[in-house]
Design a protein around this ligand. Structure first.
Ligand code: NAP
Length: 250
């Protein structure tokens, strides 16, 4: 069943989201980039896609806020038409710390950004994709983390718990919409070279920990993007409610 190749990738000005957007474009998708503040990073990704002949818009929106999510999805309706893929990629972490040093504000920020964003964007996607609501079906891919299973002790249990919520949301939503033409899956990356580790206070964290990875190296964003692309594509047409872990064996 060929679908319109139209994708929203949240948090795609940098890191895994940016590589995913570029890869999707190479595979014929019209891509909507999303970011929260870094205009120049988003412009760079958008230019790279347009220069190669791809279709791309970039929408600055905080996807933890319902009104901004609605604006994001309306921009895609107006510019490209019916959405076929949502990649819930936005995720943040804060400075490494034990739980008792984590403030209420930080806990709320991490949970809202990582979980509420996925919840709000998935709602808008299901409304558009569900065959029971006049849509043509589609795929949702959530970007969780191996932290959902390790719990990230002494670093960021708030972040790990948010990813546990994403895993549960993935399973529940997948079952809820399985007979409506929508597949919902997640990737759970391990240690990937991106800017995110600087937000945790340790830019070189991947290199410090890479020897604990069975494959003895950190991963690259493109290696996660390839798994996301597969889960979004018809090549995984009988796969839903499950997880792919690009984590080198972690
Ligand atoms: P990153 O390099 O830090 O990039 C984060 C992206 O999210 C940026 O594009 C940023 O926009 C955007 N963003 C942040 N908050 C946002 C919000 N509220 N609304 C819209 N956009 C927002 O992150 P990454 O390492 O690629 O991580 C991507 C995903 O992979 C996350 O869910 C993360 O938890 C997961 N993951 C990463 C690793 C890893 O080792 N890197 C491992 C496991 C899982 P601006 O550029 O405007 O700031």
């Amino acid at each position: 069943m060929p679908l319109n190749k139209i994708a929203i990738i949240t948090g795609s000005s940098r890191g895994i989201g940016a590589e995913t957007a570029k890869l999707f474009s190479e595979h014929g998708y019209a891509v909507c980039l999303n970011y929260i503040s870094n205009d120049s990073a988003a412009d760079k990704v958008k230019s790279e896609i347009l220069e190669k002949g791809g279709k791309c818009i970039a929408v600055k929106a905080n996807v933890a806020v319902a009104a901004e999510v609605e604006t994001l999805f309306r921009a895609v309706d107006d510019e490209f038409g019916p959405l076929s893929v949502l990649v819930n990629n936005v995720g943040i972490l804060r400075k490494q710390s034990r739980l008792e040093a984590i403030s209420e504000d930080r806990f709320i920020d991490v949970l809202l950004t990582n979980v509420m964003s996925c919840f709000l964007c998935s709602k808008e996607a299901v409304k558009r994709m569900s065959k029971k609501q006049g849509g043509m079906g589609g795929a949702i891919v959530n970007v969780s983390s191996r932290a959902s299973t390790t719990g990230s002790p002494n670093e960021y249990v708030d972040y790990a718990a948010s990813k546990g919520a994403i895993d549960t949301l993935t399973k529940g939503l997948a079952l809820e919409v399985a007979d409506e033409g929508i597949r919902v899956n997640a990737v759970r990356p391990g240690l990937i070279y991106t800017d995110m580790h600087a937000s945790g206070g340790e830019p070189d964290r991947v290199d410090r920990l890479k020897n604990r990875v069975p494959m003895q190296r950190g991963g690259n964003a493109i290696e996660v993007a390839e798994a996301i692309l597969w889960l979004a594509s018809d090549k995984s047409s009988y796969v839903t409610g499950t997880f792919v872990d690009p984590a080198g064996g972690l």
